[in-house]
Design a protein. Structure first.
Length: 190
């Protein structure tokens, strides 16, 4: 089994990204699936009943197999700010914009299939596996990156996708502090 147990409730499966499996007595969910569909995650985590898949951002290494989860009827939570990058990848790939380089969509960056997910906005809370899971905005690695925060048995967890490049080190600190777009740029994302 390719599972690294963090504690009794949270484990990590390594692939194109770190997929986090959260299991309670009430159920289980996954944060970022990478290239693994529900069957492969089930095999590696020895779990079968998934309540939800949470995605931290639209890059292919985090979400390539997410459409497989949707096909199996498992709800997938996506960042509202990146909704069009998940749901309209073909349109974006065919209309590459070189003017606004920050929001430009490179062909290899997003999933190869469109992902119809349930958008979550900043600080939305969802009940999953008996936990209150809150979407925390973490712009920087991508403009709409989110982390998912929850508390379990007195311990708070934050799954932050690619915000951290290595343990306790920000990938690019300046990316978290830089205002990339004007007000109109943000309106265009809606």
């Amino acid at each position: 089994m390719d599972e690294n147990r963090i504690d009794d409730f949270v484990s990590t499966i390594h692939g194109t990204c770190s997929s986090h499996v959260v299991s309670t007595d009430s159920g289980s969910f996954v944060i970022d699936c990478g290239q693994f569909g529900p069957e492969e995650i089930s095999k590696r985590a020895e779990k079968t009943n998934w309540e939800r898949l949470f995605l931290t951002h639209f890059h292919r290494d985090q979400c390539e197999a997410a459409s497989d989860w949707v096909d199996r009827g498992i709800p997938v939570s996506i960042s509202f700010s990146e909704k069009r990058f998940f749901e309209e990848g073909d349109v974006l790939r065919s209309s590459y914009d070189t003017y606004d380089n920050y929001t430009a969509y490179f062909q290899t960056r997003g999933a190869s299939r469109d992902i119809a997910g349930d958008p979550v906005t900043d600080y939305d809370s969802l009940s999953c596996a008996g936990l209150d899971v809150q979407a925390i905005p973490l712009p920087g690695h991508t403009f709409g990156s989110v982390g998912y925060c929850f508390e379990l048995k007195g311990v708070r967890y934050l799954a932050c996708g690619d915000l951290m490049a290595s343990p306790s080190k920000l990938h690019e600190y300046y990316s978290s502090q830089w205002s990339y777009m004007s007000f109109q740029g943000h309106v265009n994302l809606l």
